[in-house]
Design a protein around this ligand. Structure first.
Ligand code: NI
Length: 262
């Protein structure tokens, strides 16, 4: 069954699953089977970036998408696959196999109660492979458990930082200094969300260019301060506001198409 897109709400609290009661969720499901699930990571983001960057950014984009469309947003999954960042204190990682199981259970919970369109807003490149694997596993598990809507279930992975309009803006603002990890674009968004983070900003040495990612010890040797080719000192909080708007616009369109598709 296709879904009716509920339409914008004034306050994003209206679409936060954790603030609804179960009868409200049941009522929502009579019109719309779509839900947005943000996933991030809790990992080092260079010497000046917040550990929670990937979870904060994914959540902010997801809530803005929810506010503009009226589609429910679940609580954020704050832990992702960040094994290669474990050489830096503060990082908390799930192995790919653990993350696969966590996502499997969360997706199946939603599906077993009638959600059929799960739109994952992701803030961390290291989650991509495992999230896609979880989609395949859940299709298989839903069928084996004979969940009634199993054949209707669809997943979509939306990596906000890879949205074309976001990449273009990052290129325009930071050029090659965007880099690949602890990027000024993601740091700018965290500064927009939590202005206290602006106080951490300071000029840094030239970064090591981005290259291979292996184990955590190798990562720390290759990238001693945790950055991969990025210059987060270029980040400004007002860039973060622009990037949030661009990410939300792109993803809203993506979500609408996803909900309307068979
Ligand atoms: Ni990140």
């Amino acid at each position: 069954m296709s879904s009716i897109i509920p339409g914008p709400v004034e306050n994003s609290n209206a679409i936060r699953l954790e603030l609804l009661s179960w009868p409200e969720v049941e009522r929502y499901l009579t019109n719309c089977k779509g839900v947005v699930l943000p996933i991030g990571s809790t990992e080092q983001h260079g010497p000046t970036g917040a550990i929670g960057t990937d979870a904060m950014t994914a959540e902010a984009v997801a809530l803005e998408v929810g506010r503009r469309t009226g589609v429910l947003v679940t609580p954020t999954q704050p832990f992702g696959m960040a094994e290669h960042h474990l050489g830096f204190p503060g990082t908390m990682s799930l192995k790919p196999s653990t993350l696969l199981e966590v996502l499997n259970d969360l997706f199946l919970s939603l599906i077993s109660n009638g959600f059929e369109r799960i739109f994952v807003v992701n803030g961390h490149g290291g989650n991509i492979a495992t999230t896609k694997a979880a989609f395949a596993q859940v299709h298989s598990n839903a069928r084996m458990r004979k969940i009634s809507c199993a054949s209707e279930v669809r997943f979509k992975l939306a990596n906000w930082f890879m949205a074309p309009s976001v990449s273009l803006k990052a290129k325009e603002l930071y050029g090659e200094r965007e880099g690949q990890h602890a990027t000024p674009s993601e740091i700018a968004l965290t500064m927009h969300l939590e202005p206290d983070l602006i106080l951490k900003q300071r000029p840094l040495n030239d970064p090591v260019p981005a290259g291979a990612i292996n184990g955590s010890e190798d990562f720390r040797l290759r990238y001693p301060d945790g950055r991969m080719g990025s210059d987060p000192y270029l980040a400004k909080a007002d860039h973060g506001a622009v990037l949030l708007d661009k990410a939300a616009s792109y993803l809203c369109n993506d979500l609408s198409q996803f909900l309307e598709a068979l």
